[in-house]
Ligand binder design. Structure first.
Ligand code: NAD
Length: 260
C-alpha cells in the first residue's frame, strides 16, 4: 500500500475525478476526507469507501469561503489527527466568449479555482509545517493550464495560475518536505464535461458529436477520452513520491492532446 496511514483531503470529491482519487487513495491505505459543496454527495462517497473497510468522512466545504475551508480542514485534523496530502480539485466550468462574459461569472470561476486552491493550500501548509513530516499538495490543473480554447477565458486563466501557485508552494514548502505539483488532464467524461457538450454545440453551431470529435478530442493521438482512473493514477504518483525530487511539476495526462 503506497499511502498506508496517510491522511488525505480531496476537495470536490463528491463527483468525477476527485471521487476516483479519493477511492484510489483509500485503496492504497489512506484515510480520506471528502470535502465538497455537495455534502450529500460527499457523504455518499465516504460511505462507498467505508464499505471497503477503509476510513473516510464527508465534510461540507465551499472552497471559496475562508471560514468553511478553515472549519473543514480543522474537522479533518480533529477526525484523523493530521493532513499529509491535499488534492485541490474542486472546479466548475462556465463557457462564453470574452466579450459576452458576465463579470460575476468571471469572479466566481476565479474564486473557485484560484481562491479555493489558495485557501485549502494555506490551511494544509499550516498543518503540515506544524506536523513536521512533510506532505504533498496536488492541484487539478488541465490541458488548459498550458493551452487555450475559445469560450473558456476564466478557466484557462485560472488553470494557468495554478501552475504559478504550485511553483511557489514547491519553493516555500521544500525545507518542510512539502511538495507541490499539478495534474493537467485532457477531457474526462464527468458531469463537468457532459454539461459542456450541448453548451458548446449551441455556442459553436455544430452537433454534439462534432463537439466531441472535432473540438474535444481533435488533437489527441487516438481520439480517446482520458479516464478518471488515468488521472487518479497520476494523483497517486504525486501523493506517494518519496522526496523533493518531484516538485514544482505539471504532468499532462491527455492522450497526447498537449505534448510538452
Ligand atoms: P465534477 O463536476 O464531476 O466534480 C466537481 C466537484 O466539485 C463536484 O462534486 C462539485 O460539487 C464540487 N464543487 C464545485 N464547486 C465547489 C466549491 N465551490 N466548493 C467545493 N466543491 C465544489 O467535475 P470533474 O470533471 O471531476 O472536475 C474536477 C476537477 O478536474 C476540476 O477542477 C476541473 O476543472 C478539473 N478538470 C476536469 C477535466 C474534465 O475533462 N472533466 C479536465 C481537466 C481538468
Amino acid at each position: 500500500m503506497l499511502l498506508k496511514d496517510k491522511i488525505a483531503v480531496v476537495t470536490g470529491a463528491a463527483s468525477g475525478i476527485g471521487k476516483e482519487i479519493a477511492i484510489t487513495y483509500a485503496r492504497e491505505g489512506a484515510k480520506v476526507v471528502i470535502a465538497d459543496l455537495n455534502l450529500e454527495g460527499a457523504n455518499a462517497t465516504a460511505a462507498e469507501i467505508e464499505k471497503t473497510g477503509a476510513q473516510a468522512i464527508g465534510v461540507a466545504m465551499d472552497v471559496t469561503s475562508e471560514a468553511e475551508v478553515e472549519t473543514g480542514m480543522a474537522k479533518a485534523v480533529a477526525t484523523f489527527g493530521g493532513i499529509d496530502v491535499l488534492v485541490s480539485n474542486a472546479g466548475i466550468q462556465i463557457v462564453a466568449p470574452v466579450d459576452e462574459f458576465e463579470f460575476t461569472k468571471w469572479k466566481l470561476m476565479l474564486a473557485i479555482h484560484l481562491d479555493g486552491a489558495f485557501l485549502a493550500t494555506r490551511a494544509a501548509l499550516r498543518q503540515m509545517y506544524k506536523q513536521g513530516r512533510g506532505g504533498s499538495i496536488i492541484y487539478m490543473g488541465s490541458v488548459h493550464s498550458k493551452e487555450a480554447s475559445v469560450l473558456k477565458a476564466p478557466y484557462v486563466t485560472a488553470k494557468h495560475g495554478l501552475i504559478g501557485l504550485a511553483k511557489v508552494v514547491a519553493k516555500e514548502g521544500a525545507k518542510h518536505g512539502v511538495r507541490a505539483n499539478v495534474i493537467c488532464p485532457g477531457f474526462v467524461r464527468t458531469p463537468l464535461v457532459d454539461k459542456q457538450i450541448p453548451e458548446q454545440a449551441k455556442a459553436l453551431g455544430i452537433s454534439e458529436e462534432d463537439v466531441i470529435r472535432k473540438v474535444m478530442l481533435k488533437d489527441t493521438v487516438d481520439g480517446e477520452f482520458t479516464t478518471v482512473q488515468d488521472v487518479a493514477a497520476a494523483a497517486l504518483l504525486f501523493a506517494s513520491f518519496g522526496s523533493n525530487a518531484l516538485t514544482g511539476q505539471s504532468l499532462v495526462v491527455s492522450h497526447g492532446w498537449f505534448m510538452q
